[in-house]
Design a protein around this ligand. Structure first.
Ligand SMILES: N[C@H](CCC[C@H](N)C(=O)O)C(=O)O
Length: 274
């Protein structure tokens, strides 16, 4: 028995997408981690499973899993890819994704870019203290760090300069810091203008990625709260740039960017490819 999949990416944040609407494959977290392995599996940052929607108005129920097999409530780049997947497979130019973070409307623009309404952020007002244990005392801060949830937890650190910054050092320490009981995605941002920032994200359960959609949304929300940027801001990451807008009328965050198919394929349902 083979499982067909799509391999897609949003700005280099890459995904395996499996359609389980007609039949389930019973993929365990260990099996998902094996398939996400870049050496012994297909390789991806997140593994995405599509199930039948169970909420009125939704087109599909989407579950996101990290490369370590843990589940994430939200994934912005993968949400754009699922909207593009629905356009290819079902001709939809507008859709509603049911996720653990709620119902997310998405649409394809004239230029092929995909916008997802990521909903309102949940703001956390507690401080994110710096600590020796998390190796953050030396960071050249340009503003106080802040935490927000886009359906998944993010902390953003605002730096004056990212040149010497290696997210792979402080990132995993902060991800596992007792400050974040559910672990967290850790963003390091450098504000360049009122409408532009640079961002690198150490992702919970997946490590350093080329782009993080929900991380970009959280970074803009956190930067607006800290008075560093305006509500519409371009977020440049290693893999490319997302347009983020924190809408004033209803507090929803809109994320716009590309969604690309790399290839399609099939893997055996059982066993780890070796
Ligand atoms: N790459 C994703 C985020 C994955 C978040 C995940 N690492 C978590 O555990 O919350 C994005 O584009 O939003």
């Amino acid at each position: 028995m083979m499982i067909p999949f799509y391999k897609m990416h949003g700005l280099g944040n890459d995904f395996v997408i499996v359609d389980e609407r007609a039949r389930r494959h019973g993929l365990s977290p260990a099996r998902i981690a094996a398939l996400a392995d870049r050496h012994r599996g297909i390789g991806c940052d997140q593994f995405v499973v599509l199930r039948p929607a169970c909420r009125a108005g939704a087109d599909v129920f989407v579950r996101f899993f990290n490369a370590d097999g843990s589940e994430a409530g939200a994934c912005g780049n993968a949400s754009r890819c699922v909207a593009e997947w629905l356009r290819r497979e079902e001709g939809l130019r507008e859709c509603v994704l049911q996720t653990r973070a709620g119902l997310l409307p998405a649409w394809i623009g004239q230029d092929g870019a995909v916008t997802v309404d990521m909903g309102p952020p949940a703001l956390e007002w507690r401080d994110v203290p710096l600590s020796q244990a998390a190796d953050t005392l030396h960071l050249p801060l340009a503003g106080d760090p802040a935490a927000a949830s886009m359906g998944n937890p993010h902390a953003t650190f605002f730096l004056a300069d990212m040149l010497d910054m290696d997210p792979s050092v402080a990132g995993p320490l902060l991800e596992h810091d007792p400050l974040f009981p559910e672990r967290a995605n850790i963003g390091f941002a450098q504000v360049r203008a009122r409408d532009a920032m640079r961002l690198r994200v150490w992702e919970r359960g997946s490590g350093l990625t080329l782009a993080c959609g929900s991380g970009a949304c959280a970074a803009v929300v956190n930067a607006v709260r800290r008075g560093l940027v305006d509500r519409a801001c371009a977020v440049e990451m290693d893999g490319g740039t997302l347009s983020i807008a924190w809408r004033e009328s209803d507090g929803h965050v809109l994320m716009t960017g590309p969604a690309t198919v790399s290839f399609t394929g099939a893997v055996p349902a059982e066993g780890v490819p070796s």
